[in-house]
Design a protein around this ligand. Structure first.
Ligand SMILES: [Zn+2]
Length: 345
């Protein structure tokens, strides 16, 4: 089968489209095989190409954590999906036996693995995953949108709904609008009815965020984000900050955060080490929340929103599998607004 692979770490010149890989077989009675119709890229895929500390790949390594497709084989124990079903894949695979899994909190599993990072990825003609990692979707949802949906929306849902527990009358600051998680966070906040303050260095991205319902647009290149928020909220600040940037935005995030505010982080693209004045933390009774991926209940919840048409991801661009490297270059450029998708023939 065809798949987009790397055999060593480095730049995007390491990407290699192979057409000589064996089709994966079902390993366990609970597995399903998906004939992939579209896969979507995440920042994680760039990190895997560059090489992540502690993560060893077995070449040729198939990239990709997100995909949609059609079930073409199921194990003997599988009852939740049937051959021919259109599905989305949750790229986070857990052991389903540890204390966290039994508690329904799969992303905390000590043996948690992500497709394309710890397990063979989705940018391939076929992929095998546990049935618990797929959900059927209506045939009316385009494969490209479905592929673009899961990882970013699941991550954002856990951050906004489960961790920060955003309410309808609250103000939420979202950094880096244009990224998949930030856009999903905006859409989920609008669904809840919260007021959103979105930040970008691009006028074009801010204009497009406004079309999606963003309430306040902040250009970080011309505005002191935290000061503007303080001024425009009569010094109150926002209730929740969604910060995936880390070092570069941390100080501004905390200056923007009001009393009993929650800062939720699922990434640190600009650097992981930050400084926090603990006196402000306890005096303002802030909560600093970490979040990653999502559990089975959250996966069910977002797929229900997709099926009902209430959440639909923003797709920036669609590339053919043969142009996989161009897709990665688009993601690496940082110019995208929404998800970069690869169509699999
Ligand atoms: Zn577990």
């Amino acid at each position: 089968m065809q798949a987009l692979t790397i055999s060593s770490h480095g730049g995007l010149d390491r990407l290699e489209l192979r057409n000589d890989l064996p089709s994966p077989e079902l390993h366990r009675p609970g597995d399903v095989r998906i004939r992939v119709r579209a896969a979507a890229l995440n920042r994680l895929d760039l990190f895997v190409v560059a090489g992540l500390p502690g993560v060893t790949i077995a070449p040729p390594w198939i990239l990709g954590a997100d995909a949609s497709g059609v079930i073409d084989a199921i194990g003997a124990d599988v009852t939740t999906v049937a051959v021919g079903d259109h599905v989305v894949i949750n790229g986070g695979v857990s052991d389903r036996t540890c204390e966290y899994c039994r508690d329904g909190e799969q992303p905390l599993c000590p043996r948690y693995g992500i497709l394309g990072e710890h397990l063979p990825g989705t940018i391939a003609e076929s992929v095998v995953v546990p049935a618990a990692n797929v959900r059927p979707i209506p045939n009316t949802v385009p494969f490209e949108a479905a592929a673009a949906f899961t990882l970013a929306t699941l991550t954002a849902w856990r951050m906004i709904v489960s961790r920060a527990r955003v309410k309808s009358n609250e103000d939420v600051l979202i950094w880096g609008i244009g990224g998949g998680v930030a856009l999903a966070a905006l859409q989920i906040c609008k669904l809840i009815g919260a007021r959103t303050w979105v930040v970008s260095g691009s006028d074009d991205k801010l204009r497009r965020a406004a079309e999606l319902g963003a309430d306040v647009l902040l250009d970080r290149t011309t505005t002191d984000v935290a000061r503007t928020i303080r001024e425009r909220t009569n010094k109150r600040g926002v209730d929740v900050v969604v910060d995936n940037v880390g070092k570069a935005t941390w100080e501004q995030s905390l200056r923007a955060l009001g009393r009993r505010g929650r800062l939720v982080s699922c990434g640190a693209t600009s650097g992981p080490i930050v400084e926090t004045d603990l006196r402000r933390l306890f005096w303002n009774q802030w909560s600093i929340l970490g979040s990653t991926m999502g559990n089975d209940a959250e996966f069910d919840a977002i797929v229900a929103e997709l099926a009902a048409g209430r959440l639909m991801p923003v797709v920036d661009s669609v590339f053919s599998l043969a142009d996989g490297r161009a897709a990665f270059e688009r993601l690496a450029s940082g110019e995208q607004f929404g998800k970069v998708v690869i169509r699999v023939p």
